[in-house]
Each structure stands twice: as structure tokens, then as C-alpha cells.
Design a protein around this ligand. Structure first.
Ligand code: ATP
Ligand code: MG
Length: 425
């Protein structure tokens, strides 16, 4: 079993260590072989001098190829010429699996790298992205546990649409039609009656037929739902949650690689809140024709968010822009909802709202929107048996990660991205 990782050896100067990992780079210089070893925690240079090592080990090192798995033994020494300031003076070198010629060369194209994602995910950049993804969930869980939210596990196979029929993936379910979940929201709403404050992390599936750099067909959806909270209360939860997620990342050293500073990840709460009407004015001033009543699309959000340095809320969207389950404001024209938008062109990372808790208001809205009530009877029951004010939201993990790591495309935020044009490998 491997017991020592590259990140641990800073404290082992002058000690003899054994490391396992993969060959990241390899070169020969002045009769000395230099192999850069990679493991999940970083890279380290191994220097191999013919005189300090048995012939077998030297031959192994000489023949070794990129991405071969290896075991090395040697002394840890400080050396300013090494990429990380320390190196291993090798005394033993064993090749565990001699890799065939690795297909990824410097300057490989994006599509090719996606075609061989099973190999390209070994890159240092993707490794860091995956670690940050894990960290933002760690930050989320920390906040959720500290504030007594209950984790629940809703189904992925569903019978009702949540976000509208156009982006549904359907499937044959023992001869009946069923769908892959677009959101766990409706189920979470039922779970607030026993548990009051609930959350789930599930994949959501959306058949997004317009290709944008921020839409996946399958993404990780963190959703919260709480009884006794109104639209304002839930915005406070949203910003605290996101702040906790960002803070977790700020404490890790991998951020500089993405041109981001630790300080960027410390959010100054409360975040700014602007009304939809105000957002519309900002967008219109930038020469984009958008009428009151439209939801903000990619172009609009880009224009708007370029005016901001920190994430911010846009609240009270027109009824025609959003979905029937939201609570109508007393003005009769808007919903008590809010989206959280990331700045500098990124756009939406959270969509949230207070939910309609009055049976009659909800049924009327469904009728006006032409929604068939039949499959929603169980959902309507929530308004029949002890209905309460409640609110919730959904956060796209890859969207947040995309903003944090300043990624060009959301697919870089996934181990195996699923988009309209890609379901392999
Ligand atoms: P958009 O307008 O950007 O398509 P939406 O309004 O459809 O988003 P919601 O239904 O409110 O989004 O979903 C909640 C969150 O899920 C969004 O704020 C976003 O972070 C994320 N999300 C939605 N659709 C996708 C997708 N196709 N790929 C990745 N994340 C998504
Ligand atoms: Mg959408």
C-alpha cells in the first residue's frame, strides 16, 4: 500500500522515501536522467545518476515512457533548479507498467482531448478542477451541517416535468413513459413536512438543444428547500451557502493556476440585490432590445453581469418569465423569486423562489399556463394538508465551478461532460 504522497515530502528533507506514481515528464541532461513523477497531490523531480544507482534501476529509468506507473526510492533534497524546489536523489527505480506511447502531445486539440477524456483527465489542470469541485461541495456540506439541514435522496426517475417539457429526456419504464429528473424540487417540497430544512445533490438532466458554453445535458444539482422561509430568507441562505463554498476553495492552494486570488473567493455579504426592472434598464442601456416580461437569456445576462464584480441577485421576475410553482407577489405581475448571477459575463448559478403555498392560487396559475394538473395531484396535496410558507433553490455545481476556476466552457467542469454533441467516452 502506498503510504506517502508527494505533498507530504516537504517535511522529509534529507530522509529516504519511497514514492509511487506516474511519469509526467522525462529528459536526460549531462548524463543525468530527470523524471518528473506525478501523483494525486502534485509533481516532484527525480534525478537519477548512474553512479548512485544499480544498473537495472538505471536501465528502467532510461527506458521509461510518459505515464508509465513507477516506484522510486531516494533521498529528499532541496534544489532550487527543480520545478518545485525539492527533488529526490534516486537510489531505486522500478517500472510497474511501461506505458505505450501516450497519445496526448503538446498542443492537442480540444475535441481530441474530449474524445480521449479517459486519458486527458490526468492533466494537472483537470486534477485541480476536480479538487476544487470536491472542495465546493465540502464547503456546502459544512454550511448545511452547521445549520441543521437534512440531506435527502430523491429519485432520478420521475413521472412529472419540473422545468417544462421541452428539455425532458424520456425513457421507457416498463411500457410506460418516464423521465430523467430535471430537478428534485417537487420531491424536496414534500420532504419539508417531515424534515423542515432539506437538501439533495443529484444529477439533473436537461435536453438543452441550444448549444452554449454553460449548458450540460447532465449536471450536478444542489437543491435546498425549507419550510417557514420566504423569498428574502432563502436569499440569505443562498449567499451564505455560496460564501461557504467559495471560502473552502480559498483555503486551498490550487487557485492561482486559474488566475484567481484567494481574496476573490471571500464574498462580502450581503450580496447586492437588484430588482428585475433595474436589471432590465442596465441591459437596455447597453443597446440590447429586451422587453419587460422576458427571462434573461445568455446575451442579456452576459451584458448585465459584466457590470458587476461580485455575485448578485436579480429578484421579482415577471410571471411570464418563470414557472407556475412560484409564489405570486401582491402586484399580480411578478413572482417572489430571485436568481443569483455570477459577475463578469458568467451569469446564472442559482435559480430560486418562494413557492406558491395556496392551493387555489396554484391551481389557477396552472390553468392559466396550460399545465395539466393530473400528474401533479400529489404535489397539490402539499397545499391540502398543513400548507406552509416555504422557499427553495437550485444551484448548478458546474456553473459555480466554472466561475470559480474561470473556465471557458462548462464541460471542463466535468469528469465526463454530457452535451448535445457528446455522450462518449
Ligand atoms: P438557464 O437559464 O441558465 O438555462 P435555468 O433557469 O434553466 O438556467 P434552473 O432551472 O433555475 O435553471 O436550474 C437551477 C440551476 O441549475 C441554474 O441556476 C444553473 O446553475 C443550473 N443549470 C440549469 N440548467 C443547466 C444546464 N443545462 N447545465 C448546467 N447547469 C444548469
Ligand atoms: Mg435552462
Amino acid at each position: 500500500m502506498k503510504t506517502l504522497y508527494i505533498e507530504d515530502i516537504n517535511d522529509r528533507i534529507d530522509e529516504e522515501v519511497e514514492l509511487f506514481g506516474w511519469v509526467y515528464r522525462q529528459r536526460e541532461h549531462g548524463g543525468v536522467l530527470f523524471v518528473v513523477l506525478r501523483d494525486s497531490t502534485g509533481i516532484i523531480q527525480i534525478s537519477i545518476h548512474k553512479n548512485n544507482i544499480d544498473l537495472n534501476s538505471f536501465n528502467n529509468a532510461q527506458k521509461v515512457t510518459i505515464e508509465s506507473s513507477i516506484r522510486v526510492k531516494g533521498k529528499v533534497v532541496e534544489d532550487s533548479r527543480a520545478p518545485t524546489g525539492i527533488e529526490i536523489k534516486c537510489s531505486e527505480f522500478e517500472t510497474i507498467n511501461l506505458a505505450e506511447e501516450f497519445p496526448i502531445q503538446e498542443g492537442a486539440g480540444k475535441e481530441f482531448l474530449l474524445d480521449i477524456r479517459h486519458l486527458s483527465l490526468r492533466s494537472l489542470k483537470l486534477t485541480e478542477i476536480m479538487k476544487n469541485k470536491e472542495l465546493i461541495m465540502r464547503g456546502a456540506r459544512r454550511y448545511l451541517q452547521e445549520n441543521n439541514w437534512h440531506e435527502v435522496f430523491p429519485p432520478i426517475i420521475t413521472s412529472a416535468a419540473c422545468e417544462g417539457g421541452t428539455t425532458l429526456f424520456s425513457m421507457d419504464y416498463y411500457g410506460k413513459e418516464a423521465y430523467l429528473s430535471q430537478s428534485a424540487q417537487l420531491y424536496l417540497e414534500t420532504a419539508i413536512f417531515p424534515l423542515e430544512k432539506v437538501y439533495s445533490l443529484t444529477p439533473s438532466f436537461r435536453a438543452e438543444k441550444s448549444r452554449t458554453r454553460r449548458h450540460l445535458s447532465e449536471y450536478q444539482h444542489l437543491e435546498l428547500e425549507a419550510a417557514w422561509m420566504d423569498a428574502k430568507d432563502i436569499m440569505k441562505v443562498e449567499e451564505e451557502l455560496v460564501a461557504s463554498m467559495c471560502k473552502e476553495v480559498s483555503e486551498y492552494n490550487g487557485l492561482e493556476k486559474f488566475g484567481r486570488k484567494k481574496e476573490d473567493m471571500i464574498l462580502d455579504l450581503p450580496l447586492q440585490r437588484i430588482k428585475y426592472d433595474e436589471a432590465l434598464q442596465i441591459i437596455q442601456k447597453k443597446g440590447i432590445a429586451i422587453e419587460w416580461g422576458s427571462d434573461l437569456g445568455y446575451e442579456e445576462e452576459k451584458a448585465l453581469t459584466n457590470e458587476f464584480e461580485e455575485p448578485f441577485f436579480v429578484y421579482d421576475y415577471p410571471i411570464e418569465a418563470k414557472v407556475f410553482y412560484m409564489k405570486q407577489n401582491p402586484d399580480g405581475k411578478t413572482y417572489a423569486c430571485a436568481d443569483l448571477l455570477a459577475p463578469k459575463g458568467f451569469g446564472e448559478i442559482i435559480g430560486g423562489s418562494q413557492r406558491e403555498d395556496d392551493l387555489q392560487a396554484l391551481e389557477t396559475r396552472m390553468e392559466l399556463d396550460g399545465v395539466d394538473k393530473t400528474p401533479y395531484q400529489w404535489y397539490l396535496d402539499m397545499r391540502r394538508y398543513g400548507s406552509v410558507i416555504h422557499s427553495g433553490f437550485g444551484l448548478g455545481i458546474e456553473r459555480l465551478l466554472m466561475w470559480i476556476c474561470d473556465l471557458e466552457h462548462i464541460r471542463d467542469a466535468c469528469l465526463y461532460p454530457r452535451t448535445m454533441s457528446r455522450v462518449e467516452p
